[in-house]
Design a binder for this molecule. Structure first.
Ligand SMILES: [Zn+2]
Length: 328
């Protein structure tokens, strides 16, 4: 569906042949790592870099680190930067480009106006999104659910994030919280990192897989180590991943009942155990299907760590009205 902005230049318009190609930058500011990409108009990643996030040093330092990582890319990729998208963890005001609520791993981040700092540094328009929303933009425009219109995006990382794409557009809701499937009750009684109880995040985040395995065995293992143990037939590890998969399926059925989504795309570090996780999700979905009678398509995310920065770039491309433009 996406078509290049760069139309073939014609003899009638000789300026087209000399104008540099438009470039879009994408930035993903995470709690430990900041990823940056430079994309062409069709969202192909032309160059990428990563750097440590100075999360305790305040917003200006975090944006500064991202721009420092971006500078050499912009110096060596031919073209002209036209916009920058930023994805960031936490609750964001995407209209004013400001962080509203940040986790306690950040200092001086809540209240910081990210887009103003990026625009000052780069001299082009900037847009800010929640990182899970950016992840879903990336997967819809260039990943596993390209061109689909009704999608739930889930990220299984340190926490569990969710985002909703309905009728061909992101639906953020009036408070930016639509699709936050990781934090609704009904998934047991365990206390959640958000202060609530019985949320999907208590079963399906990386941190929770570690905790649930420790509850059963007394041994602390990373989510990846628990997955490896499951692969060796460790019953406790299998039970932890089965509970995660059943919880994810329940979240999918709830979302399908509310928003009639057709597809779910799952990313984040825990999703790397897809061969282990997917059968548990699928069997739970088969046992308790959506009320519509239509099965929901379940796919693993395709862009890995590029999803958030590419999605942020896709958002700015959309906002600037370039790209995805019919040449007809
Ligand atoms: Zn929660």
């Amino acid at each position: 569906m996406t078509r290049s902005l760069i139309s073939p230049h014609t003899p009638q318009d000789p300026t087209m042949s000399t104008s540099p190609r438009p470039l879009f930058a994408g930035i993903d500011i995470g709690g430990t790592t900041t990823q940056v990409v430079v994309c062409s108009d069709d969202l192909t990643v032309l160059d990428r870099a990563e750097t440590a996030t100075p999360a305790r040093e305040g917003g200006r330092a975090m944006v500064g680190a991202a721009l420092d990582a971006l500078a050499p890319l912009l110096a060596r990729v031919p073209g002209r930067l036209v916009g920058t998208g930023i994805g960031a963890a936490g609750v964001v005001d995407s209209v004013n480009g400001r962080i509203l609520v940040a986790s306690d791993s950040f200092r001086g981040w809540a209240g910081f106006t990210v887009t103003a700092a990026v625009e000052d540094g780069l001299g082009v328009p900037a847009y800010l999104d929640n990182d899970v929303n950016a992840f879903l933009y990336g997967e819809v425009y260039g990943g596993a659910v390209r061109g689909e219109t009704d999608v739930l995006g889930m990220t299984l990382g340190t926490g569990v994030g969710g985002a909703l794409w309905t009728n061909g557009a992101l639906y953020a809701g009036p408070h930016g919280a639509a699709g936050e499937i990781g934090h609704i009750p009904g998934f047991g009684e365990l206390p959640c990192s958000c202060g609530g109880r019985g949320h999907l995040e208590t079963l399906a985040s990386g941190r929770s897989i570690t905790a649930r395995y420790a509850d059963r065995t007394g041994h602390r293992r990373t989510a990846r180590e628990v997955a490896e143990a499951a692969g060796r037939g460790d019953d406790d590890a299998l039970a932890v991943y089965r509970a995660a998969g059943e919880g994810i399926a329940r979240a999918i059925v709830i979302t399908a009942g509310v928003a009639d989504i057709t597809t779910v795309v799952v990313g984040g570090g825990v999703s790397r155990a897809w061969p282990l996780l997917e059968p548990f999700i699928q069997s739970a979905l088969a046992a308790d299907p959506p009320v519509s009678g239509h099965p929901v398509r379940l796919v693993q995310a395709a862009l890995a760590s590029d999803a958030v920065p590419v999605g942020a770039a896709a958002r700015v491309r959309g906002e600037l009205g370039t790209g995805v433009r019919s040449t007809a």
